[in-house]
Design a binder for this molecule. Sequence first.
Ligand SMILES: CCCCC/C=C\C/C=C\CCCCCCCC(=O)SCCNC(=O)CCNC(=O)[C@H](O)C(C)(C)COP(=O)(O)OP(=O)(O)OC[C@H]1O[C@@H](n2cnc3c(N)ncnc32)[C@H](O)[C@@H]1OP(=O)(O)O
Ligand SMILES: CCCCCCCCCCCCCCCCCC(=O)OC[C@@H](O)COP(=O)(O)O
Length: 378
Amino acid sequence: MIRMGILQVLKTQLLCHLIICYVFLVSGFIINLLQLCTLPLWYINKQLARRINCRLGYSVSSQLVALLEWWSGTECTLYTDPESYPFYGKENAIVVLNHNFEIDFMTGWTFCERFGVLGSSKVLAKKELSFVPVIGWMWYFLEIVFCKRKWEEDRKTVVQSLHNLRDYPENFWFLLHCEGTRFTEKKHKISMEVAEKKGLPKLKYHLLPRTKGFCVTVQNLRGTVTAVYDSTLNFRNNEMPTLLGVLNGKKYHADLYVRRIPLDTIPEEESECAAWLYKLYQDKDEFQEHYRQTGRFPGPITSPPRRPWALLNWLFWVCLLVYPLCMLLLQMLLSGSTFSVVCTFVFCLAVSVGIRWMIGQTEIDKGSNYGNKDANKQ
Ligand SMILES: CCCCC/C=C\C/C=C\CCCCCCCC(=O)SCCNC(=O)CCNC(=O)[C@H](O)C(C)(C)COP(=O)(O)OP(=O)(O)OC[C@H]1O[C@@H](n2cnc3c(N)ncnc32)[C@H](O)[C@@H]1OP(=O)(O)O
Ligand SMILES: CCCCCCCCCCCCCCCCCC(=O)OC[C@@H](O)COP(=O)(O)O
């Protein structure tokens, strides 16, 4: 009991956070560098270069998974039909997920890890994220699809990037947050005005989905992807988890409801496909209502257990990077030079500021203005 208490206090200490962030940043930069070194291989053996990049990418993203699963002890429960379960991780799929939480990307990654597709997971992400050090840079080599959220500019690049995925050598999940931005009350109000104008029913828990990205993905990945995983995420006790909470060791409980929908049941033609997506979001809204009323999603629980690999990868980087850091700091402090002490201080400050900026990218109140105006009025 006391040991648990000490551990919990330790998890809230700035020094621990600095060490975790230092390991993440330095290992991330090393991996970015290794990814850069794979560039010549793309011309010789592209599939091998892709496989290597999946492993390297895993080594970065699994650190955030380890933080969620092992450091904060967050539990992840999966509600799904047992008949669909054997397909997970064994086929390419498009994942449609609600976008309400600051750590939904980490929770998504955790499920990817449990089904063995973390290194190869893909997303249609906003362009701004490609500039985030470590993760954004890593995504270039993982062939993540970026968009500016301006369809006239995106159409060509998104289609081209989707085409490139057709011969991807590993099973992948392609994540689409069709709402296009995180849920806020203001964005919800505006998107419901758009829904009204379009004659669509109002949604209570979701923004109106943007349909272009979904339709173009379904069209271009037909034959490559076999199913859409309609995924609805929520956290118990109305919690709104944050990355800072996870870093402080706060335990959350995620519930994910997944329905596997074969891709060949989804209409090809654009307006029919859009109507299909609007209907999907009406269903998702009902699942969220059910969760609100009962505290659970419909259907049985078939949860995959956590695996040790993310933790082992994390421990490997900690062992590799913490000892040299201690030696360096000790040497600097023992040298008695004011210059060395100032340098050490500035280094720690730079790591903290850099990481705080990166964490800021996950925070909803620092989010974009996209969806704050009806696009038709812009
Ligand atoms: C099972 C567990 C999960 C597994 C996880 C798997 C993989 C994990 C991998 C990685 C994890 C990392 C996660 C990182 C997350 C990062 C995610 C993001 O960056 S989200 C933001 C970027 N992505 C998207 O936006 C995707 C969805 N958007 C689209 O598809 C868009 O269509 C678009 C392609 C971006 C183009 O957008 P644009 O706005 O330019 O055009 P649209 O045509 O879509 O919009 C105009 C259209 O919308 C109507 N409209 C106007 N205003 C609104 C409004 N406020 N709300 C809704 N709709 C609006 C307008 O009337 C137009 O309508 P119409 O089409 O009929 O003319
Ligand atoms: C062990 C690791 C410890 C590390 C601690 C610190 C690590 C910091 C990591 C930062 C990771 C940055 C990746 C950001 C991914 C955020 C995804 C996201 O949710 O983007 C929002 C967009 O979808 C929509 O944007 P808005 O229009 O809502 O605005």
